[in-house]
Design a protein around this ligand. Structure first.
Ligand code: AMP
Length: 194
C-alpha cells in the first residue's frame, strides 16, 4: 500500500521527531523542506544562499523556490510509493502546486496530520531547542515572528484540508511517546491498518 501524508503543526510541535516514527512505521520517506533548506545552506548552494535570507528572519522561503525543491524531491524513486511531507505545504499556493504535482500521476494526499500546541508552549519548547541544537532561527525574536507567520500564512491550509475531509488533528501536549501513540492510533484508524 502507498500512503501520501502531510505532517503539519506550528514550529516546535515536534514534527521532525514524529515524522521519523511515522515514516519508519509506514516504510515511506519523511521529506522535510526545513531539513532540505538547512542542508542546502550548509553546502552554500544557490538555493541555500537564497533561502538563508528568509529563514534567518523567520520568514517563509518564496513559494517558487520551495515548490521546485519539493517537485525535485518527489521525483526521486523512493517517493514513488508514498511519502510523508514534514513542513510542506505551508501556504495556499504550495497546496495548489502539490496538487498539480500529484495530479500529473493521478495521485492525491491521503491525510494531513496536524499536531496542535499553544503559542506559549511553542515559545518554551523552541527556546529549549535553541540551547540544545543552536539553530540560528531559534532566537526569541525570530521565534515570535515564525509564530505569527504560522498563524497568518499557514493556518489557512488546515481549513483547506478540513474542507476535503482530510484533516486529522492531534493533541501535541505531553511526552514524545504520548504524542506518538496518538499519531499512530489516528494513522491506523484513517488508513485502515492495525
Ligand atoms: P522547519 O524546519 O520546518 O521549522 O523550517 C525552518 C524554516 O525553513 C522555516 O521557518 C522557513 O523559513 C523555511 N521553510 C521550511 N519549509 C517551508 C515551506 N514549506 N515554505 C516556505 N518556507 C519553508
Amino acid at each position: 500500500m502507498s500512503f501520501r501524508l502531510i505532517l503539519a503543526g506550528p514550529p516546535g510541535a515536534g514534527k521532525g521527531t514524529q515524522a521519523t516514527t511515522v515514516s519508519e512505521r509506514l516504510g515511506i520517506p519523511a521529506i522535510s523542506t526545513g531539513e532540505i533548506f538547512r542542508s542546502e545552506m550548509a553546502s552554500q548552494s544557490d538555493v541555500g544562499l537564497e533561502a538563508q535570507r528568509y529563514i534567518s528572519e523567520g520568514n517563509l522561503v518564496p513559494d517558487s523556490v520551495t515548490n521546485e525543491i519539493v517537485r525535485r524531491r518527489l521525483a526521486q524513486p523512493d517517493a514513488a510509493e508514498g511519502f510523508l511531507l514534514d513542513g510542506y505545504p505551508r501556504t495556499l499556493d504550495q497546496i495548489s502546486a502539490l496538487d498539480e504535482m500529484l495530479a500529473d500521476d493521478g495521485l492525491s494526499i491521503d491525510a494531513m496530520l496536524d499536531i496542535e500546541i499553544s503559542d506559549e508552549e511553542i515559545m518554551g519548547r523552541l527556546l529549549k531547542r535553541a540551547e540544545i541544537e543552536g539553530r540560528a532561527d531559534d532566537t526569541p525574536e525570530v521565534i515570535a515572528h515564525r509564530i505569527s507567520v504560522y498563524h497568518e500564512a499557514t493556518e489557512p491550509i488546515l481549513d483547506a484540508f478540513r474542507e476535503r475531509g482530510k484533516l486529522i488533528s492531534i493533541n501535541g501536549l505531553g511526552t514524545i511517546g504520548e504524542v506518538r501513540e496518538r499519531i499512530v492510533a489516528a494513522v491506523n484508524e484513517r488508513l485502515g491498518l492495525d
